[in-house]
Design a protein around this ligand. Structure first.
Ligand code: PLP
Length: 449
């Protein structure tokens, strides 16, 4: 640490406080004492402007999958920027990276998904998914099919539409979101299921509830169901066994499009490039990706649609022959070049195999914390894990001020050199996929402390 760097930190915070609006921030409790100015990253380590080193337990925000500070990605960015920093992909224009990445995604996605629409992040990709579902049913002559079924505690983003899809209802307070569009069913929160139900019965309960919701709203008015394979920001909730397949089958039976939001789960976090089919045996009609697609080196998101949807939406119609949806940065060449390089790195360096091999070790090590008096539940899968803190392990009663407990642990862990994500009473772990045994051991050791 040197004083010059410390001064940088202070100066930056003054500017930040005066001008930067932070996302998802409690301004009442905003506290610059506990704040950090991140300045440098290397593999699964992150350094602040004062030179302190931390183990990055959350990959920035579930996204830096191939790790920080990759020179090969930086080189691609520089090379592409000096070649063709930007051109649009509207109508008959394209670029080499945009076309190459689209083809690569079609290769790694389930076989019915061969068409990609690019944007700059997960919220935009989910907005695109819903607009495509609506457009598809309009063109098919089924204009009543518009409603969306989402789930309590789902997180799908923060744009006007994606925030409405999000089922973390407390975040809706104060915002007037899209009215009467989204219907929510229960979160598959296995730990907090009704006490009298076994896990299997809980699954039956959730499926029955979805079926009832479809009947109540009317399948002829429902366009789609949207689901994360493991709910992330809502609490790393792993649904009971068989849940995904059964929800997908219900959707198929009722002509409801199944949207799999794999913004967090794709690109290796669960040990597969795409989790829906490989792990859960579900073939989504629409697949949404972001974050790990570029390992956070550049904003990029993608919405993949089935051949059947593409067939319909690409047919010109009288009135407006245009598919009138798109963004300046759809298929941004620089972003797509990073996406391609990122996939190449993941394949060449066998990141999925690494997560498959080490994921169970991470799960077991973290589970060793279950003897601690405030640890109620430890859940998740492979490199997407979470600890839920409770006041009483037997009754599962939470702490009165949930926000404080996780925040306190977060500050203590940070002092010891580990960054975890505090969410209510939860501590979330979603590290870079470069995490090795040493990093896992250190992470668990610090959490126990
Ligand atoms: N979907 C999921 C599952 C997410 O976790 C997120 C962000 O965390 C989003 C969508 C929104 O992505 P973005 O913040 O890039 O808009």
């Amino acid at each position: 640490m040197n004083t010059q760097e410390l001064n940088i930190s202070k100066e930056i915070w003054e500017k930040d406080q005066a001008h930067l609006i932070h996302p998802y921030t409690n301004y009442k409790k905003f506290n610059t004492e506990g704040s950090v100015v991140y300045a440098k990253g290397e593999k699964h380590w992150i350094f602040d402007a004062d030179g302190n080193k931390y183990l990055d337990g959350i990959a920035g925000l579930w996204c830096v999958n191939v790790g920080h500070g990759r020179e090969d990605i930086a080189e691609i960015m520089a090379a592409e920027a000096s070649k063709l920093a930007y051109y649009n992909t509207f109508e008959d224009a394209t670029s080499i990276p945009a076309a190459e990445l689209a083809a690569k995604l079609a290769e790694i996605a389930p076989e019915n998904l061969n068409h990609v629409f690019f944007g700059t992040g997960g919220s935009m990709a989910n907005d695109t998914a819903i607009k495509m579902a609506h457009y598809y049913f309009n063109l098919k002559g089924l204009p009543k099919k518009k409603k969306v079924i989402s789930r309590d505690l789902a997180y799908h983003g923060s744009t006007f539409l994606a925030h409405t899809l999000t089922g973390i209802h407390s975040t809706h307070i104060g915002f007037d979101l899209v009215k009467d569009l989204v219907h929510y069913v229960s979160a598959p929160y296995t730990y907090r299921r009704p006490a009298e139900l076994t896990e299997e019965e809980f699954c039956d309960f959730l499926i029955k509830e979805l079926e009832d919701k479809i009947n109540e709203v009317g399948a002829d008015e429902i366009a789609c169901f949207i689901a994360e394979p493991i709910l992330g920001a809502g609490g790393v909730l792993v649904p009971p066994k068989g849940y995904h397949k059964r929800t997908w089958e219900l959707c198929q039976k009722n002509d409801i499009l199944y949207i799999s939001d794999e913004v967090v789960t794709a690109f290796g976090r669960l040990g597969e490039m795409i989790a829906s089919e490989s792990i859960y045996d579900v073939k989504p009609d629409i697949l949404v990706m972001a974050k790990g697609i570029s390992s956070g080196y550049i904003p990029l998101g993608a919405t993949m649609i089935s051949d059947e949807i593409f067939e319909v939406i690409s047919q010109p119609k009288e009135g407006n022959p245009y598919f009138s949806h798109g963004f300046t940065y759809s298929g941004h060449p620089l972003a797509c070049a990073v996406g391609l390089k990122n996939i190449e790195i993941m394949e060449n360096e066998h990141f999925c195999e690494h997560v498959q091999n080490l994921g169970p070790y991470f799960e077991t090590q973290l589970a060793s914390l279950s003897d601690l008096p405030i640890v109620g539940d430890i859940r998740g899968s492979k490199f997407m894990l979470c600890v839920e803190c409770v006041k009483d392990k037997n009754t599962k009663e939470g702490f009165a001020d949930e926000v404080t407990i996780a925040k306190r642990i977060y500050y203590h862990a940070k002092e010891r050199g580990l960054i975890v994500r505090p969410l209510g009473s939860l501590l979330v772990l979603s590290p870079p996929l470069t995490f090795d045994k040493d990093a896992i051991d250190e992470c668990v050791y610090i959490l126990r402390e």
